[in-house]
Design a binder for this molecule. Structure first.
Ligand code: FES
Length: 575
């Protein structure tokens, strides 16, 4: 229950002029210029984060969602107040959206804390927005509930069904291999994102939405309803109404986002074959509550939870198909025995109660039964070894099986610029069984740990029909990508990790079954190389947000959050 002695509504968080009565008088005088009555200003205030931006097509429907949430708040007797915060879209955030995620989290935390509100509805959707909002809300400590914009509908090109961005990459690959000419690839570009909403494959946005629902931070069904369907508005209305109740109950994020709830979210990640980004982001959110993610425990969990959701890129379907199949409910039901059903959710009911209340399964083809999975083990394997002392990951469900145990010669690219300059050079010394190694694309190296881990197949090999190669980096990868790709190598090259010492021709061994990733170079030779190594420099690194970022960002296994934003660990671990 809420603390009755704490000021609420307009009376909380007053600017201090030495006279609290005057502060409240002045605040009310200003807000009355918005046309509110005294009666309205006495009601519980529900803030709504307005993440609309002209750059963010994934958030095109945010104004409609705000209308629906406002309706829900008013119907429940509250007063809705929307306010703008940072909006981040994947394709419009240089050097990378991940560089700005922590900025959005700071913005969320500070504006939720600074402004008078008894609860907040967080509107997110595009990849980094949901983690940023949940990180900020976890730190702000006010009752918070998430509403996502929802996935796009699929499009068609020459009769073929398309989904962003798995098919963006696939079709660009066909263009690179000469199978689609310039006119055809341009025409396909008109069809890949046919509606508002987030990418409709199991990319980061879909993964985070499903994990957030399993975490308990979103009302049931919210993860999969398409952005342009009327159900999405009804869900938003219900979210607004529920926020008013949460304000009265004092249902704060720490009561929902417990270690057991994070474990539920990770089980959802594995069952969906979701984006590897889900791991980094959930680690950062948990870190805001002092909870540590145990990578070894996650890896063991991965052995137990199979991939059940038949969505691209691991499978065949799209998010609207998952919605038609029942959304998150059939997935939660399939892994029910592995979940902690007592976890509280934003609905005020436990996860178990919500699963029981969801419509019964009907004959559907998208969520497989446990005895007939898409992939027998969870999608993500955690690797360690001389090349990744603090860990690395591979999404084995989206990779060519024959490369899961592979030894080869390193073909090294020093950074993203070097990669762009040389990858398609006809004289590049590379063969299909070589291992492409990208350095300096981690949190500090790029900076911002871009989704560059999906290194394209060199053009001359693609033209020969090579579809997959082993590729390694300290970068992240879009959940929409496919391939034998080792990511999040830690420590990253730019932080002095062994990855920074790899040279052309070095032998590297990957053994996913043994969870090993090793650089087969004599330690004395590595020490010799280390003496001439230096960290990369970035233009403008002496000032501003870039300086803050480079000084404070943590490595992938700590969520790439800022050190000063994470409280001391409580000793609690998840999953
Ligand atoms: Fe926004 Fe994919 S670009 S979700």
């Amino acid at each position: 229950m809420s603390d009755d002695t704490k000021p609420t509504g307009m009376k909380q968080g007053l600017v201090n002029y030495g006279d609290a009565g005057f502060s409240l008088f002045l605040r009310k005088a200003f807000i009355k210029a918005m046309g509110y009555s005294d009666d309205a200003l006495e009601r519980p205030i529900v803030g709504i984060t307005n993440t609309y931006s002209g750059y963010n097509a994934c958030h095109r429907t945010v104004p409609d969602l705000i209308d629906a949430i406002r309706r829900g708040v008013l119907l429940a007797g509250g007063i809705p107040v929307d306010f703008p915060i940072v909006s981040i879209h994947e394709s419009f955030s240089a050097p990378t959206s991940m560089f700005l995620r922590n900025l959005m989290a700071i913005d969320t935390e500070e504006l939720v804390r600074a402004q008078p509100m008894d609860a907040v509805v967080l509107i997110g959707g595009c990849d980094k927005t949901v983690p940023a909002l949940l990180m900020g809300a976890a730190s702000a400590g006010r009752p918070a509930i998430l509403e996502v914009t929802g996935p796009m509908m699929t499009g068609f090109f020459k009769g073929e069904r398309l989904g962003a961005c798995t098919d963006c990459r696939r079709m660009w690959g066909m263009h690179r291999a000469g199978e689609l000419d310039a006119d055809e690839i341009a025409a396909a570009g008109d069809k890949l994102m046919p509606t508002a909403g987030t990418c409709m494959v199991m990319g980061t946005a879909s993964t985070m939405a499903l994990m957030a629902e399993a975490l308990g931070m979103m009302l049931p069904g919210g993860a999969a309803i398409p952005a342009v369907q009327a159900d999405r508005l009804r869900h938003a209305e219900a979210t607004g109404a529920r926020a008013v109740a949460m304000a009265k109950e004092g249902l704060t994020p720490d009561k929902i986002m417990t270690p057991a709830a994070f474990a539920n979210a990770f089980k959802m990640l594995l069952a969906t074959g979701g984006s590897t980004n889900g791991l980094v982001h959930m680690t950062a959110i948990a870190g805001r509550l002092g909870i540590e993610v145990d990578l070894d425990a996650l890896d063991k969990l991965s052995d137990r939870i199979p991939v059940l959701v038949d969505l691209k890129p691991s499978g065949q379907h799209y998010m609207e198909d998952l919605n038609n199949a029942g959304g998150a409910a059939p997935i939660l039901r399939a892994i029910r025995d592995d979940l902690d059903l007592d976890c509280m959710t934003v609905s005020g009911r436990t996860l178990g109660q919500e699963i029981d209340a969801a419509p019964a399964d009907w004959g559907q083809q998208v969520v497989r039964p446990r005895d007939n999975p898409i992939f027998p083990k969870g999608g993500i394997a955690v690797l360690k070894g001389t090349l990744a002392p603090n860990g690395a990951i591979i999404k084995q469900s989206a990779a060519a099986a024959h490369l899961m145990r592979h030894s080869g010669r390193a073909v090294v690219f020093e950074d993203l610029e070097d990669l762009a300059n040389r990858l398609d050079d006809p004289d590049l010394d590379v063969a299909a069984d070589d291992i492409l190694v990208l350095k300096n694309a981690g949190p500090k190296g790029a900076p911002g740990m871009p989704e560059s881990g999906y290194i394209p197949i060199p053009r001359k090999l693609a033209a020969q029909g090579v579809k997959d190669m082993l590729r390694l980096s300290d970068a992240r990868m879009s959940g929409t990508a496919f391939g034998a790709i080792v990511l999040h190598i830690s420590p990253e090259a730019a932080d002095g990790g062994p990855l920074g010492l790899v040279q052309n021709g070095d032998r590297i061994e990957l053994d996913v079954e043994a969870r090993r990733l090793d650089l087969m170079v004599d330690p004395a030779e590595l020490e010799r190389r280390r003496k001439s190594w230096s960290a990369p420099a970035h233009p403008g690194q002496e000032r501003g947000y870039l300086k803050l970022y480079l000084d404070e960002v943590t490595q992938a296994e700590d969520g790439a959050d800022f050190r000063f934003l994470t409280p001391n660990r409580t000793g609690a671990k998840t999953p």
